[in-house]
Design a protein around this ligand. Sequence first.
Ligand SMILES: O=P(O)(O)O[C@H]1[C@H](O)[C@@H](OP(=O)(O)O)[C@H](OP(=O)(O)O)[C@@H](OP(=O)(O)O)[C@H]1O
Ligand SMILES: Nc1ncnc2c1ncn2[C@@H]1O[C@H](COP(=O)(O)OP(=O)(O)O)[C@@H](O)[C@H]1O
Length: 683
Amino acid sequence: MGQTRSDLSHSTATTGGAKWKSSDTPHRLSISRFRSKRKPRSEQLSRNPMRNKVLSCLGRRKRYPSQTEEDSGPGTEAADPAVRRGHRAGKLPRDEAASASGEYRAATGCFEASSGLGGHVEAVQLAVNREATAAGAPGLETRSGETSVSGCEEPSPGVRENHASDPPAGDMEHQPVGGSYENRFVSGFGTGLSLNPLLTSDPDAERTSTCSPPDQHLCGGLTILGDRMKGEMTKTESSAGDQNNGCLDGSESVKHPEQTSQSPPRQSFPGTIPKLIITRDTSPIRCQSTTALPTDQTSCLDLQAEDESPCSDSGCGGSPALMRTPRKLSTSSSIGLSSASSFEESEDDFTGSDIESSLSPTRSLCSAGDGSGSKSWSKLKSMVHFSPLAFTLKPRHSWVQLAGHTGSFTAGDGGRLLKRYCECEQQCLEQLMKDVLRPYVPGYYGVLQKDEQDFNIMDDLLTDFDMPSIMDCKMGSRTCLEEELIKAKECQRLRRDMYEKMISVDPAAPTEEERAQQGVLKPRYMRWRETLSSTATLGFRIEGIKKGDGSCNTSFKKTKQREQVVKAFEDFVDGNVQILKSYLKRLEELRSVLEKSDFFRTHEVVGSSLLFVHDASGKASVWMIDFGKTVPLPPSMTLDHRTPWVEGNREDGYLWGMDNLIDIFGSMLPRTPCDGDQNSEEA
Ligand SMILES: O=P(O)(O)O[C@H]1[C@H](O)[C@@H](OP(=O)(O)O)[C@H](OP(=O)(O)O)[C@@H](OP(=O)(O)O)[C@H]1O
Ligand SMILES: Nc1ncnc2c1ncn2[C@@H]1O[C@H](COP(=O)(O)OP(=O)(O)O)[C@@H](O)[C@H]1O
């Protein structure tokens, strides 16, 4: 996978200073983007008083300072940025993969792990599966290849999207993570925005009544090759305010240091700030004019992807459950919603595309996981290169985000990650730290406030691995929370981005009505994804695999049959029986603990993944991640996680999926002589 030409031509210029910290702490590079407007807080509030109540509570932690007025959609309920803040924070398009060497360990031991990168370290942000923008992208173009450090997809001369017409970066672009802004503001209902129901292929665009000029930092095609980052990034160069074991910048504060960071003190990086090249490949659709829907459209025309999900982001606000456990603010499927983060500075990132993938020889080679023979739908959209020129650093690993919303993560100190704040996830992680499941989830260290953006601090599970192979399996038999379904019934919001993702995979998938509307409801899209993949049939699905050799595959949307899954697993472990056994053992342990866990018994666990990690040394483990859609059950209710789901019973099929996963891993082990003998005897 590689960048597209447009990745290069639309590089994101980032001003600001990168901070490379001391020799015994991870170096962190923070990147900021400018936003120049501030929206009065009052305008951020939803017209829904209940929602406002929640949002006002959440506002303290869920702030996306860079959101602009233009981010707000037409005056729909969903367009309320406060609503977005009230849920999952900053999720960007799914199936995007991002990898970055955003964190380099300067500790002696850390450098012992050869990365093969020598003194030239690049951080690469990959994102894939921006299906929404892929299909029908008018500006496909070839590009010269670039190589990512993680090796995810050698850019090959292939058809790529032309993102020249990308509209301004989306929410996440306006919600920089790890960056600092002179002027922060949160979008409100933009004056002058059309109230006509509009659907665009881009959730960002959907928030605008007109196609705003591309953000100069994001769409301007600007590439900065500087010896030093300037400006706002210097805000992260704290030492004075660094009172949390070197973890915090002056602008940062750990708000819930239940687990206090033990990061060693950091020092200023004495050398030259590495050259930074941020490239961006944006969606060709984003700046296209919006399409008016039929005037008799009965559904709510929610033009904001993130406002879709009652549970996550979307929030059609109002559900008690939602109010009780506000979740992720999804900027998700919105194109170009990535925040300015250490990992994902360049914003959005990749637009996954069957077209692109199918035309990319490299992709083809890497797309072993999808046995469907369908075109790969993953695509590299953007990359971030950090090239420390003046010193030699070997990254212990290239941090990789295989799935989830781009812009959600940034590098923390001491082997930790900062994930865009989500109250639901925070509450889960806090509880999990006291549960028997604790060894099976990333360590959680509270909330970090940085530049008006809040983050959950958690362990980077890749830290102890060298050139790790990683696999993300989304668990459960469904991916929509029940409250999302309730919400969807209350307020049917059409998602054009999901419609586009759908047709990029299967042009025949939408119904006539959906085709006419150029939009689908989120539950319908989610269900379609579940049945297209193994979620509905096996209780889990592969989201992405990145191998130690750098190859990366996120083309598993049609990986449905058990045989296809086995093939993907075999490829993932490269035939290493020892690793297979380690995974199997860990999975069996986890299942056993899950069956005893109070937390698990009392929560509906939807959209959570198992992260498999191993490396060439033979070390292998599995952890549960992503609790953005894990919600507590009513006090009297418990789940067994195996009973088939029917609406109202809240069952999620998590353990059913575990059973199948364990069965498949077990079946992949070679039969031992003993097994053979036994079988012979039995025969
Ligand atoms: O995988 P694709 O086909 O891209 O679809 C994605 C995933 O289902 C996301 O779930 P997850 O992040 O758990 O993988 C979901 O986020 P939610 O978790 O918010 O439901 C996105 O919804 P939106 O965020 O509404 O776009 C949806 O567009
Ligand atoms: N604690 C972690 N350590 C290492 N990698 C992680 C961790 N949490 C998430 N990731 C990476 O980020 C990806 C997306 O994470 P997830 O929590 O599912 O994000 P989202 O909430 O946006 O869906 C995972 O597939 C994995 O590659």
